[in-house]
Design a protein around this ligand. Structure first.
Ligand code: ATP
Ligand code: ZN
Length: 284
């Protein structure tokens, strides 16, 4: 029995999808120009598909699970379950209009024409905001639509905003924050679900490790109490005596979000020789 996973064949999510599997200890070989391949060291079969097709394949059970952008999941609106956010492929789906236009709120869009590859998501947004607008569906190069008189506004994926800028547009509304997620078929059998749980456990360990750093520092013993109080750690920090009298070495784990704050306070409390090391996996 193998779990069947669908990932994007070639595009923005491909490398990160393969990298995530690798970080989970799952090696794929022959990924170039293949429709499918098998993992060496995990009962996993991987299909390489267009991202737009992944929700349908998962709904049909051709694949059991898939890695795909939330934007595609919500646009395709298939009967799948979103199981886990994967932490890559981050972008947002935004409304853009011509830079010289005045925009106060979404009512600007009333009676306007919006070009997008995401008609379902845009329709829902318009409904929620009681706006009547015409949606013009196009499959690519959406950002040129206002410039050539095809539409007054666009709705497209944005990461830096430079594509909008280069086309004389400005971002005025974000409708969806998106990242790659793991979706699953709703009718997995027990052995399939067990394999998925095993994979999920690894994915969660990799994600946790990415958000955390291992920190080592030297602390004068008379400040040890205050310094330890600053460190959350997994349980409590490890404290080892140093060869130099009156000093200890303290080891702990810090979350990325609170990282710089805590480092500053540690220094202020007399910590020295602070080392910060990446963590490969974190099993808790
Ligand atoms: P396919 O040939 O598989 O249909 P595509 O051209 O539709 O590919 P890509 O441009 O490779 O898709 O984008 C895949 C996904 O990457 C998007 O659906 C989105 O979730 C994510 N993504 C992240 N950043 C961006 C960005 N700046 N622009 C577009 N997509 C992004
Ligand atoms: Zn696509």
């Amino acid at each position: 029995m193998k779990l069947k996973l669908a990932i994007q064949k070639s595009g923005r999510l491909s490398d990160d999808s393969i990298k995530l599997l690798k970080d989970c200890g799952i090696d794929l070989h022959n990924v170039k120009d293949r429709l499918k391949t098998e993992a060496d060291n995990f009962p996993l079969e991987v299909f390489f598909l267009r991202d737009d097709d992944i929700p349908q394949y998962v709904e049909d059970g051709v694949a059991d699970i898939g890695f795909v952008g939330e934007n595609v999941v919500y646009e395709k609106n298939k009967k799948n379950e979103v199981v886990e956010k994967l932490g890559f492929g981050k972008c947002r789906l935004s409304i853009g209009i011509q830079r010289n236009e005045n925009y106060i709120n979404a009512s600007y869009l009333n009676n306007k024409k919006i070009a997008t590859s995401y008609p379902v998501i845009v329709e829902k947004f318009l409904k929620q905001n009681n706006i009547t607008a015409e949606i013009h569906e196009i499959s690519g190069s959406v950002e040129i639509a206002p410039g050539i008189g095809l539409a007054n506004a666009i709705c497209d994926l944005v990461s830096s905003g430079s594509t909008l800028f280069m086309n004389g547009l400005k971002e005025v509304e974000t409708i969806l924050q998106s990242q790659a997620v793991l979706i699953k078929n709703k009718h997995l059998n027990e052995p399939q679900q067990q394999l998925l749980n095993k994979l999920l456990f690894r994915i969660q360990s990799v994600k946790k490790a990415k958000n955390n750093k291992y920190i080592l520092l030297n602390a004068p013993n008379n400040k040890l109490k205050e310094i330890i109080a600053l460190l959350p750690g997994m349980k409590s920090p490890t404290v080892l005596p140093l060869a130099t009298e009156g000093w200890s070495s303290v080891h702990s784990v810090l979350n990325e979000n609170e990282f710089w704050d805590i480092i500053e306070q540690l220094k202020a409390h007399g910590a020295e020789g602070i080392l910060v090391v990446p963590i490969e996996k974190m099993i808790i």
